[in-house]
Each structure stands twice: as C-alpha cells, then as structure tokens.
Design a binder for this molecule. Structure first.
Ligand code: GLU
Length: 468
C-alpha cells in the first residue's frame, strides 16, 4: 500500500482568552511545542476569541507573555478567530446550501420542555429534530422576519471512531448526540465549528489538547467530514490531579503562570515540571532540560491516566535550577526581586548570590535571605550564645576573632585554627550570629568574605558590646 506523501507536522495551541494562562493550558502549549520541535514541525498559536463577552485583550496578552516567558514562541504570527468570521460564515453557508446543516427556531423554553420530557421518560436528552425538515424557503423567510435562529448540524446516526495517539481507539455513537448547535448565527460560530474549520484550513496535522475535549472530537470529525475536508489526528493529554489523586483544586489549576513567575519560580523549573505532568523520559529522571526534552519527547510516552500535580516537586526543581544556574544569569533573574540600591553594588551582590545560591528556594525569597548583608538586623544578645557555653567564653572567642580579623591579611585560616582549638560551635556560632544577626545564614567565613574587613569588624565589635 502506498502510504502517500508524508504530511508536514503542524500543531497548534488554541487558548480562549477568557482567563490568564494557567497550568493546564501551559502544559498543553508545552506538549505541542515539544512535539513540533521533536518532529521538526511547526508550532502555531490560535486565539479562540469568538466569545465576545468573555474574551479579553488583557488575557490574550497574559497568555502570549506566558508563552514568551517559557520560551514557547510560535513559528508563525498567532491568528485570531475574531478576525476570521467571514471564513466561518462561508463554511456555514456551504453546509446550509448542501443541507448538511439547518436553521433551528426552537425557543429556549421549548427546548427545555423537550429536555424535561425526555428525562422524565428515562431518555438521555438530545434535540428532537423539530426544525430538521423545515423547507429552506420557509427557514429563509423566517430568518428575514425575526433574525432569531441558530444553526444545527445534521448529525449522521452512526458511530464515529478515531485512533487517539495517547488513549488508543475511541468510539462515540453519534445517534446519542443528536443535531448539535454549531453557530448562533452566520457570524457567530461556536467553538466546535470554528476550531474544526481552522484546524483544516491551517493544515494542522495533530491536535494535542486536554482530555476534557475528548467528547468534542467526534463532533469536530463530523463537521470536517461534512465540509469535505481531511482532518488532523488527535492526542488527548491526561487530566491534572491533586496529590492524593483527587481533582486538582480550582485555585491551583487556575493559578496563572504569571503568578508563579511573580513568586520567583524560574521558567526552566516550570518547563521541567510541566513536562512531567503526564509524560516522563526514558530513565525516569526528574531533572531534564529543554534540549533533552525536545530530543526525547514522543506522544508514546504520554501516560493515559491522570497526572499528579506535586507542589513539592516543583519547589525542589526550582531550588535545583537556582543552585545550578550561573551567577550572572541568576543576577539577571533576580533584578525584579531586589531593591535598586542592591543592583548598584554589582560586585557585592554577585558575591552574595554566590554565597546564598545553595539556599535559595525561589527568587522572591532571596531578598529576605540577603538583607542582612546590606544592614545588620537588630538581634538579641542571647543569639550569640552557643548551647550551654558560658557567656565569658563566647566573649573571649569573639575578641580573639576580632583581633585576628583586624591584624591578619587573610584571617580565615586563623579563625578556623582557633575554632579547632576552642570548639567549632563556641567560635563559629557566635561569629556567624554577630555577622548576620540571624539564627540561620551561610557560614561565617563566607559572610566575612562578602562583608569585607571593615564591616565585619564593626559587626563583631557590636556583638562584643552586646555581651559585655
Ligand atoms: N479554546 C479551547 C480551550 O482553550 C481549545 C481546545 C482545543 O485545543 O481544541 O480549551
């Protein structure tokens, strides 16, 4: 059998700008992007903004900025459905002319009564088809008169099946679905119709999207068949679940990606985390960078069952990417999170980052961790005491450290030697507390290096005074 020419790989991310870019969407965007990159195909973005009331420009902006932040930029200019109404109107008219679709004049009250009637008899509700046989002239006349009608597709009473590239063969009995509404008027197509038309007209080869769209797929296949167009293949991504496998809380699922950014998550960590929401690489490793993701991503490795959202994993990945980032890079990323005055002291800031890198959990937390370098916080003299050590010994040790720091060109080895002799805790704890004014910080030698001689002596002197 001749397999025919290989189809160009083209995928799309098709968000509705009715809210900010959230995790579920971002994951769909990422999987599409990875698939396109892995296959050497194209990644496109289509803004599904036909719902005039709920679509907002600010959400469109948020979505596109989120994609830029994650580094998932489309290969072609994004298209907007609101700018393609003429195209949908033409396709709708074609279906009407060919009697594959028809105008329906049933009022909401009539439809509701029909529904209740079906339910009370134990049937699953579906449109009974009252307007199905209206002669076209009559329909046209009524449209001209009232203008109030919707367009329904004449649903074939057959089974529609497709081979989902993640879930396998899926079949729907369209007889149970009935003649669904595909447009509220010629220029008001509904999601299923507009998406079906666009997917074929923009040559989409694969539709990769959340599992919540599975029941839309047979409708879209029927619409594409009715238009006489060849449709794409489908792959549905598993639901995102909360830990404990319950539905992920709405709050979490709908947290915008931008909020994660504001909280100080790195795009690299987010990308890695999102990739593992329903997919995993061969050796099951947790840390995998963008390049390797592209190299290894295939739909075969997308799991069928729900993907668990594990916040601890996200936090761990974030700390990991911070720890392993180059200091220069981290400095760039920290810019929006620290006071301007800190940025003016580039060298100092660089040293601080280097010292704190291991301990930074997120970019936002850095400011609190590093503030003591720029100004000693007020602290209680008790903080200087190591365990049960008598105050006098602590005082004596701090004085020795003060002398060493004052007189030695490189005090570090001498301080360490003193610590070996007098006890590490007894020397290093009070020194650390004196330099940081906090009960947790990097080690004293590291802080000393960052602060420099003058400032360190000042702080040790202050501690001596506090104890004296
Ligand atoms: N606008 C739809 C959504 O955001 C698109 C679904 C699809 O990819 O077809 O859920």
């Amino acid at each position: 059998m001749n397999p025919g020419p290989k189809r160009e790989i083209r995928v799309r991310f098709a968000p509705s700008p009715t809210g900010p870019l959230h995790l579920g969407n971002a994951r769909a965007a990422l999987f599409n992007w990875l698939f396109a990159r892995h296959e050497g195909g194209k990644f496109l973005v289509r803004i599904e903004d036909t719902d005039k009331e709920r679509s907002k420009k600010e959400f469109e902006k948020d979505i596109l900025e989120g994609l830029v932040w994650l580094g998932l930029e489309p290969d072609e200019e994004p298209i907007r459905q609101s700018e393609r109404l003429e195209i949908y109107a033409e396709s709708l008219q074609k279906l009407l002319n060919e009697k594959k679709a028809y105008w329906c004049f049933c009022t909401p009250e009539e439809l509701e009564a029909e529904r209740q009637n079906q339910l009370s008899q134990g049937f699953a509700p579906k449109y009974g088809g009252r307007c199905r046989h209206l002669p076209p002239d009559e329909a046209d006349a009524r449209i001209k008169k009232s203008g109030k009608a919707v367009i329904r597709i004449r649903m074939p009473e057959k089974k529609v099946s497709f081979n989902d590239l993640v879930k396998g063969k899926i079949e729907f009995d369209m007889a149970l679905v009935g003649d669904v509404i595909i447009a509220k008027s010629l220029r008001e197509p509904l999601y299923n119709f507009a998406a079906s038309v666009d997917d074929v007209l923009t040559n989409i080869s694969h539709v990769i999207r959340g599992e919540d769209h599975i029941s839309n797929t047979p409708k879209q296949i029927v619409i594409q068949e009715a238009l006489g167009l060849e449709g794409p293949q489908f792959a549905h991504l598993p639901l995102i679940l909360g830990t404990g496998r319950q539905k992920l809380s709405k709050r979490r699922l709908e947290t915008s990606l931008n909020d994660y950014k504001k909280e100080g998550y790195l795009a690299e960590a987010m990308l890695n985390f999102l990739a593992l929401l329903g997919w995993h690489p061969r050796e099951d490793r947790e840390v995998i960078n963008r390049q390797d993701l592209v190299k290894e991503f295939t739909l075969e490795r997308v799991q069928k069952g729900g993907a668990v959202f594990n916040e601890e994993k996200l936090n761990w990945l974030n700390a990991h990417y911070i720890k392993t980032a180059k200091t220069e890079e981290l400095m760039e990323k920290l810019k929006p999170f620290v006071p301007k005055t800190w940025l003016a002291k580039k060298k100092v800031l660089q040293n601080i980052i280097e010292t704190e890198k291991e301990r930074i959990k997120n970019l936002k937390g850095f400011k609190d961790m590093a503030a003591f370098f720029f100004g000693l916080p007020d602290y209680d003299a008790k903080l200087l005491i190591w365990k049960e050590t008598p105050k006098e010994r602590i005082l004596a040790n701090l004085k020795s450290v003060h002398d060493i720091t004052k007189n030695s060109a490189s005090p570090e080895p001498e301080i360490l030697a003193l610590a070996e002799k007098e006890g590490r805790g007894e020397v290093l704890w009070p020194l650390r507390a004196a330099l940081s004014g906090q009960d947790a910080s990097p080690g004293p030698i590291e802080i000393l290096k960052v602060l420099g001689k003058t400032e360190s002596l000042k702080r040790i002197g202050k501690a001596i005074k506090k104890l004296g």
